[in-house]
Structure formats: structure tokens, C-alpha cells
Design a protein around this ligand. Structure first.
Ligand SMILES: [Zn+2]
Ligand SMILES: [Zn+2]
Length: 615
């Protein structure tokens, strides 16, 4: 993978003799996979030179993708000057988070209104598609893209790109969640730890590092990191190289050199080596896999698709705010995002609210640190205690004049909303917290005949038995017929699905909660999911957002003669598919073959137990 920096400056372009070495243009990074897939991350003023270079290169710039972190000026100002968008026949996809109250396209068009620019966005002659993103993972040709909301006054996404056996993370703009971490000292926990996990073992991290720890106290809440925080974070994440970027416009090249010198001098000698450098305009990096590279990717074209934004309208936010002005401001922000606000005044009421069944159950709780009738920390502990394993799904945000990370971590606080803040800031944060929670994933219900079903299943003595070619033959055939990477014979046990045969799967079992086949078992009917991203039952399933990243699923139930549905024969792909009726008939045939083998097992088992009785 090749990475080239076209813009490294934060906030505003700063050309001139003082910035000639590290560059004066605002954020823009070009990334190309070995197969030639072109991704541009952010299109600040650096996008102008990149666009020009792409058009001069001809065909190489005709097809590309722009990932926008957020729509602050310094990340989009190059779009009206990005030449490939003005060439008829070119095809570009633009991805980014949705703006407040308007679409990504509308936000980008805003900077090209007549008062600001002579050509409108609609006059671009290339074919442009817009994709609004939330957190999730998707694929652009041979590149896997994962997204995560960053901590910034605008809704901002970080991008993790994986291809060619390497991972590159772009995180701009982002402020430490726990403000004391700006010093680079202290234990990384909570949301900052989640952020570190997003960076985990990346071959290159490109990170906002606008300030130093010394400057930070005057910049709290501005939405940017310090160089010290980025280094501590990269160490925690075990990243290999770190490119500091979004350089402050007031820091000239010599000052940036001094920051790097003192940063390197402060690095403990005993610590493992970490390559930290300042991103510079024109710098090209070839990122090659280390010896311990991940598994090879499956060849073939992947359609560019995206995590679909969940419907917020069905969501609600529980507010435990006694201050009437603050309560009104926050409920306005909640309603402006199309959600319902529910109030509670004491802990019992809070617990009643979160005990509701979805969709009435709130997707977010915001409570004051010390309102008259509630102890915020105590209420948070009580909510966590009541959640039974759903602890990580309901964010609890505490409103306070200052954050107390240690107490918050102990009580299970997700994040802090530190006063004062603007209403736009509150909306942005509420949106990010809720989008992260609205979980489009449901476990299958338990069938009515569950006890009898489990008895019939265990009587087969198939669970945890050795692989057998008579079943593997069927999954091999299924994979070949459907041209899919994975085919399984699954048996749905009490709390797991276990694979009697697994063609192309890395594991022997998964939790029943996440199992697609558990739905087939409950419905006792074939189930086809052409695209998991578009299906509210599966879009956020752990088997979709993580390995094996299921996009297509088709399964047929395996039903014993006594009526017990014990599992399914299924085929799985990492690309969306639309199977034909004839395909389903073939899958049924194969399921029948599997049933024949299972009946054989049952006959043999009956015979054996008869023999045991005879002995
Ligand atoms: Zn910025
Ligand atoms: Zn910004």
C-alpha cells in the first residue's frame, strides 16, 4: 500500500517560507492499494495538487473514493478545486458522516453556493455518489474500511483501512476523551482505550497532533490532540509508525522540529521502538506487511457499500437533569435529532426507564453529576448493576462542570459532557452516542419445543463428534454450487451453534445469540439474507461487523422425523448476493442429503443403545 501526504496543516492553510518543509496545505492524504484502488482521505487545500496530478495521470484518476472525516473547512476546502470531479465519465464516491440537519451532499454543496463559489456541486461532470457513514465496517474494492466516531465538536469519523496485509489508521480531528491524558501520562481507559483499540497494531497511524501538552490548557474543548497523547496512545495500541499531522498554523517548520526533538528525548530508552515523525507535504510511504502478516484476502471485486444509518426516530434519550434550563436545552437537542426525551428525577425512575422493552428502552442516559435528588455516580452504578451483561450497550453520560475520569470509570460512566457547550455540540455528541448504541441486531427467539428439541439433538450424539467426510462432502458441494467461501452444517445447541461440518470457517462454534442459523431453527423455514447491512436483524451482528463479516446468508432447516428442528445447512458470503429460486431448491436438496446422513446417525445410535441394553 502506498500513502502520500498532500496536506498536513490544521485549521487553515499556511503557505510561506516558514512552512515550506512540512507544508502549508490543509488535510489531504492519498492512499493506493497494490491493486490500484484509490482512496483520498479528507480533501483540504492539499486536494488541489492531488486532483491536478490525478487528471494529468489520465485513467488512474478516473475512478476513486474520498473519505471525509468531517466537514470542517480545513477538510473539504479542496473539493471545489478537485479536478477529477469535473471530468465527464469519471466516477467518484464520497463518504462521510452526515451533517446536522442536512445530508453530506447538502453540507458539501453549501461551500459551493453562488456567494462563495461560481460553480455548484451539481455542475461537477463526474458521476458522484454520496454515502453517509456511521460506525461500522465495509469494503471498497480490495480495501476493508472500518469507522469510529472521534471526539470532536463536529460529528467526525476516524478511518482504519486494511489491504495488502497492512493497516493504516487516519484519526483527524480528535481530542482525548479524558482531558488529563493530554499530558501523555496516566492510564488510558474508557473511551480512550476504545480509541486505542481502533488503532491496534496499525502499520501506520496518521493522527491529529495539533498541540503540545504545554499548550493544551488554553485549548481544552477545541477538539484536538497533543503530541504526547498520540505517542502514549500509539504505544498502548502497539502501532508501528506514527505520522503526526494537522500541524498548528502557528507552528513553523523549525518549531515543529523542536517539538519532535523534545518528544524523542522524552521517550524512555527501555520502551519498545516507535517510529514517530511529522507528516510532510509530498512525503510518500510504502507500507509493506511485516513478517507476521494477517491472512491473505479473498480475491475478487467487492462492491462499495456502507453501514446504513439506523433510524433514530424510534430511539429515546433518558435525561436526569434537575437544572431546568439545561434540561430544556438538552431535550431540544434530542428532539432536533428526531428522538424522544424521557425525564427522570430519581434513581428508581431511571431504573424503571431502562427496564423497558425496546423500542421504549432509552438508547442513551444523560444525568447530572450532582442534581438535588440523585447521586450521579451512584445512579450510574445502579444502572450498570441492573443491566445484566448489556452493560456496554447503554451509554451513560454524565453532565458536569469538570470530568472525574477515575470515579467515572469505577461507576461505569461512558463519557462526560462538560459544561459549558453549544447546542450544536450537544446534538453532535448525542447523535454519536446514540448511533453507536442503536443496535441493529436481534438474537433469535427460543422455540416453544426447546426442551424436546435439545433432547432430540443430544440423542443423536453428533455434538462435539469428530469431522466426517459424509458431511464435509455436502458442505464442499454447497460452497462450489453457490460459489461462496463458507458452507456449514450447524447444530443449534442450548447456548451455542456447533458446526458438524465447516467448509471455509475458522472456528468450530459460535454463541447462539449471534447465530443466523438460530433464526432458521426458530422459523423452521429457509432464510435468505441478500445483504446483512440492509437487514435490521443482522446489520450490527458480531458476525457481520467482525470476522467472518457475513454479507450474504442462505440457510435451510434440518428437521428430524419427530419434528425437532436441530440446525441448518447454510452458505455464507462476504459479498451481498441475490440468489435465484433455483438456487434455493438446490440448497433444499443438499439439506435433504444432510438429513439423510443425520437419520443414519440416529439409526446407528438407536442400534448401539439397544446393544448396550442387551449387554
Ligand atoms: Zn481540522
Ligand atoms: Zn475539525
Amino acid at each position: 500500500m502506498r500513502v502520500r501526504f498532500w496536506g498536513t496543516r490544521g485549521s487553515i492553510a499556511k503557505p510561506g517560507p516558514g512552512t515550506a518543509r512540512y507544508g502549508g496545505n490543509t488535510s489531504c492524504v492519498e492512499l493506493r492499494s497494490d491493486r490500484g484502488t484509490l482512496i483520498v482521505i479528507d480533501c483540504g487545500t492539499g486536494g488541489h495538487a492531488l486532483g491536478h496530478a490525478l487528471v494529468s495521470a489520465g485513467a488512474a484518476g478516473a475512478r476513486g473514493h474520498i473519505l471525509i472525516s468531517h466537514t470542517h473547512w480545513d477538510h473539504i476546502q479542496g473539493i471545489p478545486f478537485f479536478d477529477p470531479l469535473f471530468v465527464a465519465g469519471n466516477e467518484w464516491d464520497i463518504y462521510g458522516p452526515k451533517g446536522l440537519g442536512q445530508s453530506l451532499r447538502e453540507t458539501l454543496a453549501g461551500q459551493m453556493q453562488y456567494a462563495y463559489f461560481p460553480i455548484t456541486l451539481d455542475q461537477c461532470r463526474a458521476r458522484i455518489r454520496y454515502h453517509e457513514l456511521v460506525e461500522g465496517a465495509f469494503e471498497i474494492d480490495d480495501i476493508k474500511v472500518s469507522t469510529r466516531f472521534l471526539n470532536h465538536p463536529a460529528l467526525t469519523l476516524g478511518y482504519r483501512l486494511e489491504a495488502d496485509g497492512v493497516a493504516v489508521v487516519y484519526a483527524c480531528d480528535h481530542e482525548p476523551h479524558a482531558r488529563e491524558l493530554a499530558t501523555g501520562r496516566g492510564e488510558i481507559g474508557g473511551q480512550d482505550l476504545q480509541h486505542a483499540a481502533f488503532l491496534a497494531r496499525a502499520d501506520l497511524v496518521i493522527h491529529d497532533a495539533q498541540y503540545t501538552a504545554e499548550e493544551y490548557p488554553a485549548k481544552v474543548g477545541w477538539g484536538h490532540s497533543t503530541v504526547e497523547y498520540v505517542v502514549a496512545l500509539a504505544r498502548k495500541a502497539e502501532a508501528k509508525r506514527v505520522a503526526l499531522t494537522h500541524h498548528d498554523p502557528l507552528r513553523d517548520d523549525d518549531a515543529l522540529d523542536r517539538v519532535l526533538v523534545s518528544l524523542r528525548a522524552a521517550m524512555p530508552e527501555a520502551a519498545p521502538p516507535l517510529d514517530v515523525f511529522a507528516a510532510a507535504e509530498g512525503l510518500v510511504l510504502e507500507i509493506a506487511p511485516s513478517a507476521a502478516a494477517g491472512a491473505a484476502r479473498r480475491a475478487g471485486e467487492f462492491p462499495a457499500d456502507r453501514p446504513v444509518e439506523p433510524v433514530l426516530a424510534e430511539s429515546s434519550v433518558a435525561l436526569g437533569i434537575a437544572d431546568t434550563r439545561m434540561a430544556a436545552a438538552l431535550s431540544d437537542a434530542v428532539r432536533a435529532e428526531g428522538m424522544r426525551a424521557d425525564f427522570f428525577l430519581d434513581q428508581d425512575e431511571a431504573l424503571r426507564l431502562i427496564a423497558r422493552e425496546p423500542p421504549s428502552r432509552p438508547s442513551l442516559v444523560i444525568l447530572e453529576h450532582d442534581p438535588p435528588r440523585i447521586d450521579g455516580m451512584q445512579a450510574c452504578r445502579a444502572i450498570r448493576a441492573r443491566q445484566n451483561g448489556r452493560a456496554d450497550q447503554l451509554p451513560v453520560v454524565v453532565l458536569a462542570a469538570r470530568d472525574d475520569q477515575a470515579a467515572g470509570a469505577a461507576a461505569g460512566v461512558t463519557d462526560w459532557l462538560v459544561r459549558p457547550f453549544s447546542s450544536a455540540y450537544a446534538r453532535t455528541k448525542i447523535r454519536a452516542w446514540v448511533l453507536r448504541t442503536v443496535c441493529r441486531w436481534t438474537s433469535a427467539a427460543i422455540p416453544e419445543d426447546e426442551e424436546r428439541r435439545l433432547a432430540s439433538l443430544s440423542a443423536l450424539s453428533l455434538l462435539d463428534s469428530a469431522p466426517e467426510d459424509r458431511f464435509d462432502r455436502i458442505t464442499r458441494l454447497a460452497a462450489a454450487l453457490f460459489d461462496v467461501p463458507i458452507a456449514l452444517v450447524t447444530l443449534v445447541d442450548e447456548d451455542r451453534q456447533w458446526f458438524k461440518s465447516c467448509y471455509g470457517a475458522m472456528v468450530k462454534e459460535t454463541a447462539r445469540d449471534a447465530a443466523f442459523c438460530a433464526h432458521v431453527v426458530y422459523d423452521r423455514a429457509p432464510m435468505i439474507v441478500p445483504d446483512t447491512f440492509l437487514d435490521a436483524r443482522f446489520a450490527d451482528s458480531p458476525l457481520v461487523v467482525d470476522e467472518p463479516r457475513i454479507r450474504f446468508y442462505a440457510g435451510c432447516p434440518l428437521i428430524l422425523d419427530d419434528g425437532a428442528c436441530i440446525g441448518s445447512l447454510c452458505v455464507i458470503d462476504t459479498r451481498p448476493r441475490s440468489p435465484q429460486g433455483a438456487d434455493l431448491a438446490r440448497l433444499r436438496d443438499l439439506a435433504d442429503l444432510a438429513m439423510q446422513e443425520i437419520r443414519g446417525t440416529r439409526a446407528a445410535e438407536t442400534l448401539r443403545s439397544a446393544e448396550r441394553r442387551a449387554v
